[in-house]
Design a protein around this ligand. Structure first.
Ligand code: UGC
Ligand code: NI
Length: 166
């Protein structure tokens, strides 16, 4: 019997076990360019491990997920971090798990606002991009290089997410 997963708002404190929230946090802001620009400094660090690895910048156009949605798998990237920042300004779902002896624990679901992004730290279990409502574009910063940077785990029984209220 599948379990339902609750959806919580994305906050820095709730997400800290998994990575960083990329948002205009006043605590990180410094004025630059003669006071004409607010720089929200060092919100996250991009990691790219291994000889010949590089940090790359991508654009993802995600098709909206249908609900109720069955989370039947999680993935992680052992050699690098991965960040998603909305370009379309649309909310999206962030599904992450702590590691439990090499497999993902019960997933945790966060609703990210359209002005929030996330950075998954290296080797953090997450579900692939989950756009909501309409096709949505995201700036994605992650790792390119040698080695297999994708580990997937498939649950014996999927977890279910109900349609989020936007
Ligand atoms: N495969 C790929 O580039 N994207 C996934 O890693 C993802 O987390 O969406
Ligand atoms: Ni990924």
């Amino acid at each position: 019997m599948s379990e339902f997963l609750d959806i919580r708002p994305l906050t820095q404190s709730a997400f800290a076990r998994f990575g960083e929230v990329i948002e205009a946090d006043p605590a990180s802001m410094r004025l630059i360019n003669g006071g004409t620009t607010e720089r929200f400094h060092a919100l996250a660090v991009a990691e790219a491990a291994g000889e010949g690895a590089r940090v790359i910048i991508n654009l993802f156009r995600g098709q909206p997920r249908s609900f109720p949605y069955a989370v039947d798998m999680m993935e992680r990237h052992p050699f690098g971090s991965q960040s998603f920042s909305p370009v379309s300004g649309r909310p999206f779902l962030v599904v992450v798990s702590e590691d439990e002896n090499g497999r993902p624990a019960r997933p945790e679901v966060f609703l990210a606002r359209g002005d929030q992004g996330v950075n998954y730290r290296r080797n953090v279990w997450h579900h692939p991009l989950m756009a909501l409502g309409e096709p949505s574009e995201f700036l994605v910063v992650d790792r390119n290089g040698p080695g297999n940077n994708l580990e997937e785990f498939f649950f014996e029984t999927p977890f279910i997410i109900k349609e989020p209220a936007l």
